[in-house]
Design a protein around this ligand. Sequence first.
Ligand SMILES: *[C@@H]1O[C@H](CO)[C@@H](O)[C@H](O)[C@H]1NC(C)=O
Ligand SMILES: *[C@@H]1O[C@H](CO)[C@@H](O)[C@H](O)[C@H]1NC(C)=O
Ligand SMILES: *[C@@H]1O[C@H](CO)[C@@H](O)[C@H](O)[C@H]1NC(C)=O
Ligand SMILES: *[C@@H]1O[C@H](CO)[C@@H](O)[C@H](O)[C@H]1NC(C)=O
Length: 463
Amino acid sequence: MKTPFAVLNFFLVFYLSAVLCVSYQPTWESLDKRPLPDWYDKAKIGIFMHWGVFSVPSYGHSGAASEWFWHNWKRNKPDAGTVQFMKKNFRPDFQYTDFAPMFRAELYDPYEWAEIIQNSGAKYVILTSKHHEGYTLYPSKPSWNWNSMTVGSKRDLLGELAHAIRNKTKVRFGAYHSLFEWFNPIFLQDQKNNFKTKTYVQEVLMPEIHDLIVNYKPEILWADGEWAANDTYWQSKQLLAWLYNKSPVKNTIVTNDRWGKGDRNKHGGFFTGGDRYSPGTIQKHKFENAMTIDRYSWGFSRPSNLNAYLTIEELLSILAKTISCNGNLAINIGPTHDGRIVPIFQERLSQLGQWLKVNGDGIYETRPWHVAKDSSNSNVWYTSKNGTVYAIVLKWPGSTLSLAEPMVQAKETKIGLLGYKGNFSFKSQSKNKGVIINIPPLTVAQLPCKWAWVFTFTNLKNK
Ligand SMILES: *[C@@H]1O[C@H](CO)[C@@H](O)[C@H](O)[C@H]1NC(C)=O
Ligand SMILES: *[C@@H]1O[C@H](CO)[C@@H](O)[C@H](O)[C@H]1NC(C)=O
Ligand SMILES: *[C@@H]1O[C@H](CO)[C@@H](O)[C@H](O)[C@H]1NC(C)=O
Ligand SMILES: *[C@@H]1O[C@H](CO)[C@@H](O)[C@H](O)[C@H]1NC(C)=O
């Protein structure tokens, strides 16, 4: 009796592994079928952080973002402002690499960062593990003399944040990684060979990403700098197949779309289009609007004055538009070279957190409604969840709020406001369309929040 059972068992195991263990092939046809792990869509909001050697000069201006400093300074037609800045302030033979020993992060407390991030209401964080300058924020063998453990702080900056985030919060940890490097001689040689050689990818990029994934287990891999070559050169499809099939984060990792020239908004996980991507209409495919609180810069930029920073009203308006259209919002801040998150970023994130404490129901885990924006009021964006429709109203309406989209039922529909007890009386604008909501006079103290208000609708005809 033993033998047939073992044979049966063998076939059962074989059959089940074929059916259950979906295995992705290194082709877009296969990779694009992978469902996006659903934590990501539910999360809605992340914090992006650009930190690197560029945070030492931390010099940017409109048209020359600070994280591009090296390139702004040394590219073929350099940025005049950056050249001037270097001439005026540094000795003539000063090299970009001379900034690295100054990246000491002496005030960096990853637990404090974790707290700031958690209190913003964001559900994930993405740190630049390596930007286009090539310097890694973690010890990296291929980048043996150009990483934070070897030169600068002598600390594993990325590992420390990953640890603090996981130790103290429920926020998910993710990593940004640039595929190309402006001035890496190994990459430049491949480029010179029209990418017929792949030395850089084989000896630098793949080992580096492999270590990053295995050692830190990021749940987002946010690729960038892909435009220099196609995804065949980058071996992106092989990388993604490994990430999805075999890596230690195969079940939860989320990726973006920057995997090779021409891949944006076509392949990979969520779409990112260009920076600050906000299509303004409901997208079928999940997207992320990666944007900056300092409107000119991803890295910290000392010349930025108050006007450079988005106000909380601007930030919430971008948030509403993004979420209503099926996007996630990745809000970027740039820490300083000594490891601080400056108070203006802290204030904006803390305001966001206060707002989400009251209004998070209309954001987290929502889905787009059947329209993104009210057709009669461009300050109103919709989301929905479990039969409730949420209208994010960016300007306080006064005594009545007229909306074109909700179809109310006189008896069944209830209209309320997040953070406010009690419901509002209303009447429909016409037989099957629109609503006029009566809003009693409320003092500032009675308003549930200060900047954008979320009205709730239950039992609409068009829920
Ligand atoms: C958090 O860190 C402390 C100190 O390093 C450690 O003892 C503890 O086990 C950690 N907790 C988690 C959940 O990682
Ligand atoms: C990708 O680039 C390589 C090297 O330039 C080229 O040989 C190859 O044909 C390209 N592949 C595709 C699919 O465009
Ligand atoms: C609301 O919807 C979420 C996600 O769709 C689901 O997990 C949850 O159980 C629902 N809650 C209620 C009260 O229906
Ligand atoms: C307002 O409407 C909600 C949703 O239908 C209902 O649960 C709640 O009891 C109502 N509150 C008041 C004060 O009428």
